[in-house]
Design a protein around this ligand. Structure first.
Ligand SMILES: *[C@@H]1O[C@H](CO)[C@@H](O)[C@H](O)[C@H]1NC(C)=O
Ligand SMILES: *[C@@H]1O[C@H](CO)[C@@H](O)[C@H](O)[C@H]1NC(C)=O
Ligand SMILES: *[C@@H]1O[C@H](CO)[C@@H](O)[C@H](O)[C@H]1NC(C)=O
Ligand SMILES: *[C@@H]1O[C@H](CO)[C@@H](O)[C@H](O)[C@H]1NC(C)=O
Ligand SMILES: *[C@@H]1O[C@H](CO)[C@@H](O)[C@H](O)[C@H]1NC(C)=O
Length: 880
């Protein structure tokens, strides 16, 4: 692989000319694979490419290189990164949170890229599942792309931006970028930049501190909904539909520029020309507006003479930790790290023990401009009371003139020393008064709360007593931390935070207001069904789109964040055979999901209903559509999704009987009791695979089983488990009087009947009699064979959904059912008929099915599942 090449390629020459530090001869000897493409079974380490500073891939014209890099020339943290060659600037890194040492390796295989550390442990990977990787290429724009045989992109680094956007890259709505901790440590820090449907916003621990639209150089062009942010040679743009400009920041023409969220927390745009960087845009430009610029409770004073502000502590506070730049109360009380007493068993830190230490007038807080006050016209004590009862509240700002109350939420940042004379904001920090122990150190030095300019921070350590004091205090702080628990420190947004900013979770679909949906559904008037998780109502949005609004009642997830995380996953799944989630509403305890409306309702109503008969071709298309949708859930999206409840009720039909699967991805939204039920049985009886009952692993093959059952119902046009007497048009002699699938009691377990007819090769017997002669034996045979393969008892014998799609499309041979893995149907069928006789006496269909499932449970599991035998049929059919 590393044979010497005699004539270096022009590419290589070009590369060398911009990297004068590389010795020409060295490069000749190692003859690096410098090309825009590398192919699988490539392995590289930093040491292997040391002659090119780790570079192993160069874009066509040499603008970018991909390298194993060690930013800031340190020797500890190595990354797989993309570097702009001329400016030697890193624009992307793969493993920012998991650096490796110089012995780490980058591997490219047909599965994708993996990065392993010196022990061989994988620290990062990009493994697309759609098809196998043919090459890794670096585009002229700086996009690292995995392509397949047909040069179709399988994965792109542009879709996983770190802290930088380059020309040609788009940051879509809902996606965020995060700043790095420092120039040498690229791990994500607490500052985030996100794109909302109308703006760019910067946040720190879920609190907004800057918006692009407020910047004087940002020009708002139109009110369209923003789709993405991009930069090009003439500026920074937020673009909406069809490329319409929503907000623009016009910049001088430049050939190369990047937009970046700096380690400071500032959003900057810089251009590179004539060998130097030029800052063109920065937000917020006032660095005192940065949430943590002076550390916790630090006071930031803007300095007119320099861009570096002066930091000190407010009165009543003093410096308690030199290296972390933290101020603490001088009166011996202390600031809470987690605002609630979740873990400590001591009783000191409950909300009633909280008191408030004033930081006085003349301060402002970064989030006050961006958050609505909790309320107006309150008096101060009510404002503080609200904060005391709120776990995410660390203090308040109270505006005396209006009675407005602002929370300091999630984490305590720095205060802005306000020179604005009109400011009548009064800041208070929630503290807990020290328990009986006397903090002598504090009291002695209490009056030393002098302000310390930044310079003093450097000088302070020279004073021995200060060091001693600091050490003493750090020790005390540790002691308190261990006593009161600091586990919340550094965590983002506490779950109780009421206004969770949507952009924090990438890919969140549209957020609706409860009022909006109340109006759209005319106060939830038209009930169109009761799907899993709650009732469904029809609604019409102001733009005339008809929607189905699902009111989730069995909600387990309490936190809005967890809910939104799930919603973001579901909202990002788009496939013609999956019902699209258009939006959601999460207000208070209300959780609503807004889906596209399917005008033909669910498959069960049409297939088992009394309306017009579904024609064979329509059934076949429904089977194919459902199979495609499931195949996509199982292997088409980034995260494998097992549906767990495939049945006709969850297959909705749109125009031309296009099948769309609903209710996917919701399993995590169940409450804990329900999800423990879920782990044993979520599915619906009749479609439940045997492994549900034997506590074997649930996999995507569980869905394949349910799909097979649905396929049989499509063929027969009736429920698999049905009292024959209730079946509308089952031919008396078609069931075969000798078959064990039906007994004298007039019961039939269709899957067993299908197996028997398959064994005898009499497929036409299985077809829906209502279809009369509009179907051939051969067509039925194919579907029945696929169905039987899908219901094999042994999950590994069932085909996967991708194969099922192939069979239905006729691209791959139909599979042959394995009778030895279908014998369980005989047993199941016998239980069914026996138990049903008892049920018939009860006259309740549900009871039959319930006792059937129950008997099956206890028999199959040898009684070990007796504990579930009290479950009602309601429960057996999953959380409804
Ligand atoms: C890469 O290696 C694997 C396993 O050693 C092998 O199966 C595969 O054919 C190789 N691929 C190429 C393109 O050489
Ligand atoms: C894929 O792209 C590479 C480089 O751009 C090219 O050499 C190759 O011919 C392309 N292959 C196909 C199948 O288009
Ligand atoms: C940059 O993008 C804006 C918005 O799409 C467009 O109007 C402008 O012409 C672009 N500039 C260049 C140099 O392509
Ligand atoms: C603050 O308002 C509450 C309710 O409005 C009232 O009960 C309380 O007495 C007031 N406190 C003061 C100090 O005015
Ligand atoms: C708040 O304003 C009132 C008058 O509206 C004034 O009497 C009171 O002293 C002010 N409180 C503080 C703490 O400044």
């Amino acid at each position: 692989m590393f044979l010497a090449s005699v004539t270096p390629s022009p590419l290589l020459m070009g590369f060398l000319s911009v990297l004068p530090t590389i010795f020409f001869s060295c490069a000749l000897v190692s003859a690096l694979p410098f090309s825009e493409l590398i192919y699988p079974n490539f392995t590289g380490s930093y040491l292997q490419f040391i002659d090119t500073s780790g570079a192993f891939l160069l874009s066509r014209n040499g603008t970018y290189k991909a390298a194993i890099c060690n930013p800031d020339a340190q020797k500890i943290n190595f990354y797989l990164c993309v570097i702009h060659v001329a400016s030697n600037t890193m624009v992307w890194s793969a493993n920012r949170n998991h650096p490796f040492s110089e012995a780490g390796k980058v591997n490219l295989t047909s599965k994708g890229i993996t990065v392993v550390d010196e022990t061989g442990d994988e620290v990062w990977s990009a493994l697309p599942t759609q098809s196998s990787v043919n090459a890794l290429l670096l585009s002229e724009m700086g996009n690292l792309v995995l392509v397949d045989q047909a040069n179709i992109s399988l994965w792109e680094s542009f879709q996983y931006p770190t802290d930088t956007i380059v020309i040609g890259q788009r940051l879509p709505v809902g996606m965020t970028i995060s700043s790095a901790v420092s120039a040498s440590d690229l791990s994500t820090s607490d500052y985030r930049l996100g794109l909302t449907s109308s703006d760019v916003i910067l946040q720190w621990h879920g609190q907004t501190y800057w918006k692009l639209s407020m910047d004087t150089s940002a020009y708002t062009n139109s009110g369209y909904t923003v789709e993405f942010m991009t930069i090009n040679r003439t500026g920074l743009y937020l673009l909406g539909r069809n490329g319409s400009v929503v907000i623009q920041v016009a910049l001088a023409s430049a050939d190369f520029r990047i937009a970046k969220l700096d380690t400071s927390g500032q959003f900057t745009v810089n251009s590179f020309s004539n060998g130097r960087w030029n800052q063109e845009f920065v937000g917020p430009s006032d660095s005192c507006r940065l949430p943590y610029v002076c550390g916790r409770i630090g006071q930031c004073l803007a300095n007119s003479a320099s861009s570096t502000p002066t930091c000190s502590c407010p009165s009543n506070f003093h410096l308690v930790s030199l290296n972390s730049n933290t101020c603490g109360p001088i009166d011996g009380s202390f600031v809470l790290f987690s605002a609630c007493n979740s873990s400590n068993n001591g009783s000191q830190v409950d909300s009633s023990a909280a008191s408030y230490l004033a930081i006085g007038y003349g301060y402002d807080y970064f989030s006050n401009d961006f958050s609505k006050p909790l309320n107006y016209g309150l008096n101060l004590s009510v404002c503080q009371e609200v904060c005391s009862g709120d776990c995410s509240c660390f203090g308040v700002f109270y505006e005396n003139s209006s009675g407005s109350c602002y929370k300091i939420e999630n984490k305590l940042g720095s205060f802005i020393s306000s020179t604005d004379g009109d400011n009548d904001l009064l800041g208070y920090i929630k503290v807990v008064v020290a328990p009986s122990t006397n903090f002598d150190g504090n009291n002695n030095s209490g009056d030393q709360s002098q302000k310390f300019p930044v310079v003093a921070l450097v000088l302070l350590p020279s004073t021995a007593c200060c060091i001693l004091f600091a050490i003493g205090f750090v020790w005390l702080r540790r002691w308190r931390i261990s006593k009161f628990g600091e586990e919340k420190l550094g965590l983002p947004n506490s779950p109780s935070s009421e206004e969770l900013d949507a952009f924090h979770i990438p890919g969140l679909p549209r957020r609706f207001d409860y009022k909006e949906l109340e109006v759209a559904t005319d106060k939830f008037k038209t009930h169109i069904g009761s799907g899993g998780f709650g009732a469904v109502y029809k609604g019409v949005l102001p733009d005339k789109t008809v929607v189905a609004v699902k009111k989730i009642t069995n909600l387990g997830i309490q936190g809005k964040r967890d809910f939104c995380t799930e919603i973001a996953v579901i909202g990002n799944i788009h496939h013609v055979n999956l019902v699209k989630l258009k939006g959601f509403c999460a207000q208070g305890r209300v959780r609503l999901l807004v889906y596209e409306y399917m005008n033909h309702g669910s498959l069960d109503r049409i297939l088992f209903g009394t309306g017009p008969v579904l024609e064979w071709q329509e059934r076949f298309n429904i089977a194919l559509g459902t199979a495609r949708g499931l195949a996509y859930l199982h292997s088409g999206c980034e995260q494998k999704i097992i549906h767990c409840d495939i049945k006709p009720e969850n297959i909705l039909l749109h125009d031309d009987f296009q099948a769309k699967i609903s209710d996917f991805g919701l399993s995590k939204l169940l409450s804990p009791e329900q999800s423990s039920l879920f782990t044993t049985m979520r599915g619906t009886r009749g479609y439940l695979a045997p492994e549900w009952l034997t506590s074997s692993a649930i996999s995507e093959k569980t869905d394949v089983y349910s799909f097979g059952m649905v396929l049989l119902e499509l063929v027969s046009g009736r429920k698999n488990c049905l009292l024959r007497t209730q079946s509308h048009s089952l031919d008396d002699d078609s069931s075969g009087s000798h078959s064990s699938s039906s007994s004298g009691s007039g019961l039939i377990y269709f899957p067993l009947f299908a197996l028997e007819m398959h064994e005898r090769g009499k497929y036409l017997e299985l077809a829906d009699p209502r279809l009369e002669n509009r179907v051939t034996s051969q067509e039925v045979e194919r579907l029945v064979q696929v169905a039987l393969c899908c219901v094999h008892e042994e999950p590994s014998l069932r085909p996967n959904m991708v194969a099922v799609v192939g069979m239905l499309e006729g691209r791959i041979p139909f599979c042959q059912p394995r009778v030895e893995s279908l014998n369980f149907l005989r047993f199941y069928g016998r239980r069914f008929t026996e138990d049903s006789i008892i049920g018939e006496e009860n006259g309740s269909n549900n009871a039959i099915l319930y006792s059937q499932a129950n008997a099956f449970l206890t028999t199959v599991a040898g009684g070990s599942y007796r504990s579930v035998s009290y479950m009602s049929s309601q429960q057996v059919s999953g959380p409804r």
